[in-house]
Design a protein around this ligand. Structure first.
Ligand SMILES: [Zn+2]
Length: 88
């Protein structure tokens, strides 16, 4: 088991969290002109970087969406930030 850190609740078991999306992934626009293939690629195709990854996660227990930076090789959590703080 791995522990993630919710910026509001602190360390919790990974089973309490849900991956949402890669951070900074541009949404295809305008939405009414986006093909099914481009939309499917946006939803399901990720970079899956080896090493540092910046991702949006949801802590299901408290409902907080936050930015987590983690190392996909070592599984270290480098930071967890509220989205409002991360955008400043
Ligand atoms: Zn939380």
């Amino acid at each position: 088991m791995q522990a993630f850190t919710c910026p509001f609740c602190g360390h919790r078991d990974e089973t309490e969290f849900h991956f949402v999306v890669e951070a900074g992934k541009p949404r295809p626009e305008p939405s009414e002109e986006v093909s099914d293939e481009k939309w499917a690629a946006y939803l399901h195709m990720g970079k899956a970087p080896k090493g540092e990854a910046r991702e949006i996660w949801l802590h299901i227990t408290c409902g907080l969406y936050f930015l987590m930076t983690r190392d996909t090789v070592t599984r270290d959590i480098l930071s967890s930030e509220c989205l409002l703080e991360a955008s400043e």
